[in-house]
Design a protein around this ligand. Structure first.
Ligand code: CLF
Ligand code: SF4
Length: 493
């Protein structure tokens, strides 16, 4: 049931569009809703239109669509205690980290090259490595040049908010529909523990005064964006002992000012990063601490839980980074945009996501109908497409879902060292994976060997590949049913 019509296992590889189209014509979709809209019933159609292809603003869209960042904005006007933009490592994934900075002209060449090769690309973001609004001329020049060649690409920025109010009208003129403001506090006393200084009106400000100015500018920027109908996401870094409980207050403030989403991200902190927090031993939260805070925030501003804390030069689906395929030395001197692959991919997604949504609704309804007072935490290995299509040994992260009486919800992801190294399993990695899977009851993947399966079993985690290539929710619904009621199993099968 719900087996894929084409190999979604190869979504990260070049896609065979002839096969895709042939399959679509053969009427292979498994439900009658094939091609129907995946719009949630309670969402305004205009809002859905803005987010349906944005991998960060829609959890559902992130299974299908990719973003890329171009690192054209290196200058920043504040200092955060968790940031050091000098540190770089190709394997490092966190905001502010880049391998090479680009001029707007170089950025255009890169965007066109990626659009020609990565059909999932839907969004161009500028997220630093400094601040997109402070380094405004380069941000603006890049956006204006890219949309001349690729008019349907969505434009997105991320900013600390200090310079934001000065550019809201230009953002509006450029059709930038999506803005992220990083807001870590609404109390300047707490802000003073996060921001040592800001640069504003040609001078440097420190202490509580600096955070007071930053706070006022962030709120002003958010209100201006809301008034203009620009969808604003708030990113907050959860810093245990400094702002963790305070983020409940932040959530209330941003909800009251019209924020579309609130994304609480864990602090990434290690001494080798050279950040103030890294050097002073400030730890980040554990996955279950983050989940507990996010659970407390349910009912406030809508939460984003699928953020991957991207590099400022990330390319690809969230959770993968193809940036090393598009470094400057690999880009052609001149390149023309060819829309064929992106158009064919969109045709495919239009049918696939309707089918996926119908399968999801069926599984969720069945879990609700079971009326069992039990919850199940399920970790899934996936490469995208909403399917269980990644080997356990190759997974660098697991998507974690919770099946509970109210339905099936995505609750976050857990990054891990992949277990399989050159064809052999690494026991040390497996210990780390088991630690990262704390609280998880079941692991679903497309393939797993006996050895890791037994070791997971010994740790109290059932791992199985019997749902390989099924939709994620269908498999979770079935497992829930098997554990908590045979009738339910029949309903979702
Ligand atoms: Fe980039 Fe940010 Fe736009 Fe997305 S990322 S500027 S909204 S296109 Fe997305 Fe990356 Fe999380 Fe940002 S997963 S860090 S939320
Ligand atoms: Fe670093 Fe961004 Fe903070 Fe600037 S706003 S210091 S680039 S994290």
């Amino acid at each position: 049931m719900n087996k894929p019509l084409i190999s979604l296992d190869s979504l990260a590889q070049p896609i065979d569009f002839d096969a895709l189209k042939a399959t679509a014509k053969s009427g292979g979709c498994s439900t009658s809703s094939c091609g129907s809209s995946a719009k949630p019933e309670d969402m305004d159609a205009a809002v859905w239109d803005k987010i349906k292809d944005h991998p960060c603003y829609s959890e559902e869209a992130h299974h299908y669509f990719a973003r890329m960042h171009v690192a054209v904005a290196p200058a920043c006007n504040i200092q955060c205690n968790y940031c050091n933009r000098k540190y770089d490592c190709a394997n490092e994934s966190r905001p502010g980290v880049v391998s090479e900075k680009l001029t707007p002209d170089q950025a255009v060449r890169k965007v066109i090259s990626v659009a020609n090769e990565v059909p999932q690309l839907s969004v161009l973001g500028i997220a630093g490595p400094g601040d997109s609004c402070y380094d405004w001329k380069k941000t603006k020049a890049t956006f204006e040049a890219v949309v001349k060649d690729i008019p349907d690409i969505k434009l997105c920025i991320s900013t600390n908010g200090l310079a934001l109010p000065d550019h809201v009208d230009e953002l509006m003129e450029m059709n930038v529909d999506h803005v992220t403001i990083t807001i870590n506090m609404v109390d300047p006393e707490i802000g003073a523990k996060i921001y040592p200084w800001i640069f504003y009106k040609n001078r440097r400000w420190t202490g509580v005064e600096a955070s007071q100015i930053l706070h006022e500018r962030q709120m002003q920027g958010l209100e201006m964006l809301t008034e203009r109908g620009i969808l604003t996401k708030i990113n907050s870094v959860m810093i245990p002992g400094i702002n963790d409980e305070h983020l409940i207050e932040v959530n209330k403030w941003v909800k009251a000012r019209g924020a579309f989403l609130h994304n609480v991200m864990p602090l990434i902190s290690a001494p080798e990063h050279g950040t103030h927090f890294g050097l002073t031993g400030q730890r980040g939260p554990k996955p279950m601490e983050l989940k507990a805070l996010q659970d407390k925030l349910e009912g406030g501003a809508k939460l984003m839980r699928h953020c991957r804390q991207c590099r400022a030069d990330a390319v690809g689906l969230l959770g993968e980074d193809r940036g090393q395929e598009f470094t400057l030395d690999l880009l052609p001197e001149t390149v023309a945009y060819d829309p064929a692959k992106r158009e064919a991919y969109r045709e495919f997604v239009a049918s696939e996501r309707g089918d996926h949504m119908a399968a999801k609704e069926q599984a969720v309804a069945a879990v609700k109908e079971a009326a069992v007072d039990a919850s199940l935490l399920v970790a899934v290995a996936t490469k995208g497409g909403g399917r269980i299509n990644e080997h356990f040994g190759h997974a660098r992260e697991f998507m974690v879902y919770e099946a509970r009486p109210s339905g099936i919800v995505f609750v976050g992801h857990r990054k891990v060292e992949n277990y399989c190294m050159g064809g052999f399993g690494e026991d040390a990695s497996l210990d780390g994976i088991i630690e990262m899977l704390e609280g998880v009851n079941v692991v679903l993947c497309s393939k797993i060997g006996d050895c890791p399966q037994d070791m997971l079993q010994a740790a109290g985690i059932e791992a199985t590949d019997r749902f390989a290539f099924d939709y994620i929710e269908t498999a979770i619904g079935t497992v829930y049913a098997e554990r908590f009621g045979a009738e339910l199993a029949a309903a979702v099968a």
